[in-house]
Design a protein around this ligand. Structure first.
Ligand SMILES: [Zn+2]
Length: 311
């Protein structure tokens, strides 16, 4: 796969790869999914030695001198969400002064190790389309993710049957990103059902809120439109603000018309939003839905997906 700016697969990339794989056999069913989507594609993040690497929130800092990492999410909560973005603590855990820098948006595992992708170089020769021979002076070199790179993500099937109808359960070969005509971007995908997904998500939400009360923190794992989050919050949650891990433009090409989609300015993956939690727990359902289905519009294209955070 050609190196883009990202080293993970966005929900839109996973969606494009799977629906394109289904289109030759089941064109009508793919059109049905495009017109009336039932599938929500989460991004697929790299895994290495059993760990998943996900975008860091803005309050994880790394010392530029000794490399020590400090997670200040607990301080952020203790200070009533007052420490702002861009104001790192003065001291690194080993006593260096003014050397901490936020790792926001970088892919980290649970022990704050940064993801280091393996790259490989691929040379390709330009072909003359008329004479079917190589074009003199046209040699391309690409930096690609090395074969063997693994990713894991979630696809939520609202109907419970659409993945089956599209013939996407089980294993298959798909093409990711550009360059498949040059032999690049071929990947092997395995779709496995997880019957306990919602139950485990609900437990994670309950566990987090015990640590973060009276707040609940959600972290964007995909580009997210903040007005949608503020506007859709249910009774019992009070919007406290967003702490951005940067901005991200979302655009792409439509599968059905092959025309460019509208370009949207979003909060980058890793951005945090916080709500103050009122009495009752009627909002728990909303949080579980937001973490599994995302928020419309555009959640089916891999936007507005979040996960619940705790220190
Ligand atoms: Zn240090």
């Amino acid at each position: 796969m050609i190196r883009n700016e990202e080293v993970y697969l966005s929900g839109a990339t996973v969606r494009g790869a799977l629906l394109t794989a289904a289109i030759s056999q089941r064109r009508d069913q793919v059109s049905e999914e495009v017109d009336r989507p039932h599938l929500v594609f989460h991004p697929a993040f790299p895994i290495k030695n059993g760990s998943v690497f996900k975008p860091a929130h803005p309050f994880i800092y790394k010392c530029k001198v000794c490399g020590e990492v400090r997670d200040c999410l607990a301080d952020f909560l203790r200070d009533d969400l007052k420490i702002g973005r861009g104001v790192p603590p003065r001291l690194c855990p080993r006593g260096h002064i003014n050397t901490l820098k936020s790792l926001q948006g970088k892919l980290l595992d649970e022990r704050f190790q940064e993801y280091e992708p393996a790259f490989t170089r691929v040379e390709a020769v330009g072909m003359n389309k008329i004479f079917k021979t190589s074009e003199i002076g046209m040699v391309f070199s690409y930096t690609c993710l090395a074969p063997g790179t693994r990713f894991r993500g979630t696809v939520v099937d609202l109907s419970g049957t659409r993945l089956d109808v599209l013939g996407l359960t089980g294993e298959r070969e798909v093409r990711l990103g550009r360059g498949s005509s040059r032999g690049l971007g071929y990947a092997f995908v395995r779709v496995k059902e997880e019957p306990d997904y919602l139950k485990r998500l609900e437990q994670a939400v309950q566990l987090s809120i015990e640590k973060t009360r009276p707040y609940i923190l959600l972290k964007a794992v995909a580009p997210t439109l903040l007005p949608a989050l503020d506007a859709s919050k249910p009774e019992g949650l009070e919007w406290q603000g967003a702490w951005l891990a940067g901005e991200k433009r979302f655009s792409g090409f439509s599968l059905s018309t092959n025309r460019p989609k509208a370009s949207l300015r979003c909060a980058a993956p890793g951005s945090l939003v916080a709500y103050r939690v009122g009495t009752g727990d009627s909002w728990v359902r909303w949080v579980v839905d937001t973490c599994s289905l995302g928020l419309g519009p555009f959640n089916h294209l891999g936007l507005n997906l979040l996960e619940v955070m705790g220190p």
